[in-house]
Structure formats: structure tokens, C-alpha cells
Design a protein around this ligand. Structure first.
Ligand SMILES: Nc1ncnc2c1ncn2[C@@H]1O[C@H](COP(=O)(O)OP(=O)(O)O)[C@@H](O)[C@H]1O
Ligand SMILES: [Mg+2]
Length: 250
């Protein structure tokens, strides 16, 4: 059986009076693609950020290949470098070219030489079909191209898993396709991924398991076909109906 790459057990995240994530246990195995979906404000981003240890969980544990990251004394920078993260709201440094943005983590975090970092960064840009744009600045790129650089930045670090938080939701519909195509290619290569996405055709195609999240909890989970044919809970059924109607309109 494939090894679990990243896992949380009984994870809670509480902000003041808001319980964003309540008692969630979830693991992503080597080569597996899990899709997380659910209403806005249900805690998906918070869960993703806790799994990547970008946010400290209030309670519960996170394990990266069996190593507990929530114990005191863990080198979190080292652990974070092994978990790629692609953000919903694309952020690149405006004063750096696409290449410069992708090289940054390689130089600063992985302490690579300039030559080595550049080679690795160009390879990552090639993987997202952005090698010709290496010397362009973010302002000269479309939103879809910027997000592809964001994906290259994660890939360049050669992470063990990539978490993508609604990578296309801030893009115009016509730019969504080019990012989805890249994700589809990553899926074909067997990249281990946790993807928050409401692109249902894509989800259906690539997900090994889909997880419906609401009010900080896993409400229902199963293979994509389960959700497309017979969701058990009313909440998941209603949500699916809304999404499918929306997809038909687009
Ligand atoms: N940094 C934060 N401080 C306070 N509340 C937060 C913070 N981040 C998220 N929340 C709250 O946690 C809940 C879940 O948010 P979020 O994880 O962003 O949901 P989703 O990604 O599903 O839209 C929301 O009520 C949100 O307002
Ligand atoms: Mg979110």
C-alpha cells in the first residue's frame, strides 16, 4: 500500500469565537489526488494552511511521512520546503522576473548556487510552459501566466506534495483552462496533490477522492462518481446541484 505523505489527526483551528476547522482527520497517500470542496467560509483554506504548517493548528497533529510537525522543536522551515503551496490569490514579487520568483526559494531556503537554482527554475518553468516568459515581470503576464509561475515556484522545490487552494478561482474563465491543463499534466505524472477546487469536470477527471467540507468538518467523502450520482447528505446534494447548474451556464 502507498505510504501516507501528509496527514492530520483530530485537527482543530479556532480563531477567537470562530471554529474554522473542527476535529478533522485526513491523509493523502503517495501519488494520490484529493479534492476538497464546499461552501465559502467552510474552513477549506484554513485546513490547507494548517496541513502545510503555514498556520499553527489550535489542537491536533500534522504528520509529514510519519514525522509529527506539531511537536515542539521541529524545524518548520525545513518541513514547509517539502510541501508545495499554490495560493488562491496569486502573489509574486513584482520587482522580480518570473525566473527570479521561481529561483527565490531555491536560493534562500534550499541554499542552491545561482547556477543550480537557475537550471532548476527553468526546468520548472518549462513544466508549466512558461520558459519563454522567464525574463518577464509579473505585470507583463496575464493572471493565468502568473498562476503558472506560482505553480512553477512550488514545483521547483521538488516538494513531496503540492497543496493548491482554489488555483483558478481568481482568474477570468478564459484563463482558467490554461491552468487546469497544467494541473491535468501534473496529475498524469502522478504528482501527489491536495486541491481545493470547484472545477467539477476537472475534479471528476483527476480526483481519487473528493471531500465535501462544510462548517469546518468533513461532511461526506468518496470517489467523484459518488458525488455525481448519489451524494448521501442533503447538504452535499444541494451543493452539487448548484455547482452543476453553474458549470452548465459557463
Ligand atoms: N486569519 C484569520 N483570522 C480570523 N478568522 C479567520 C482567519 N482565517 C479564516 N478565518 C475564518 O475562518 C472561517 C473559515 O475560513 P476559510 O478557511 O478561509 O474558509 P474557506 O476557504 O472554506 O472559504 C471563516 O469564518 C473565516 O472568516
Ligand atoms: Mg478559501
Amino acid at each position: 500500500m502507498a505510504e501516507i505523505v501528509l496527514e492530520c489527526r483530530n485537527l482543530w483551528k479556532i480563531y477567537g469565537k470562530v471554529v474554522a476547522v473542527r476535529d478533522v482527520s485526513l491523509g493523502i497517500k503517495e501519488g494520490e489526488i484529493k479534492v476538497l470542496f464546499g461552501p465559502s467560509g467552510s474552513g477549506k483554506s484554513t485546513l490547507a494552511r494548517c496541513l502545510a504548517m503555514l498556520t499553527k493548528p489550535t489542537k491536533g497533529d500534522v504528520f509529514l511521512r510519519g514525522e509529527c510537525l506539531t511537536r515542539p522543536g521541529v524545524d518548520l522551515n525545513k518541513a514547509r520546503a517539502r510541501i508545495g503551496f499554490v495560493f488562491q490569490h496569486i502573489w509574486l514579487f513584482n520587482h522580480l522576473t518570473a525566473l527570479g520568483n521561481v529561483m527565490l526559494g531555491l536560493r534562500r531556503v534550499l541554499k542552491m548556487s545561482k547556477e543550480e537554482a537557475e537550471k532548476r527554475a527553468r526546468r520548472a518553468l518549462r513544466e508549466v510552459r512558461m520558459e519563454e516568459w522567464a525574463d518577464h515581470y509579473p505585470a507583463q503576464l496575464s493572471g493565468g501566466q502568473q498562476q503558472r509561475v506560482g505553480i512553477a515556484r512550488a514545483l521547483a522545490m521538488d516538494p513531496e506534495i503540492i497543496i493548491l487552494d482554489e488555483p483558478t478561482s481568481s482568474l477570468d474563465p478564459e484563463l482558467t483552462g490554461e491552468v487546469i491543463d497544467i494541473l491535468r499534466e501534473l496529475a498524469k505524472k502522478g504528482t501527489t496533490m491536495l486541491i481545493i477546487s470547484h472545477e467539477m469536470l476537472f475534479n471528476r477527471e483527476v480526483a481519487d477522492e473528493m471531500i465535501f467540507f462544510d462548517e469546518g468538518r468533513i461532511v461526506e467523502r468518496g470517489p467523484p462518481d459518488h458525488f455525481f450520482t448519489m451524494p448521501k447528505t442533503d447538504r452535499a446534494r444541494r451543493f452539487m446541484e448548484r455547482l452543476i447548474k453553474q458549470t452548465a451556464r459557463d
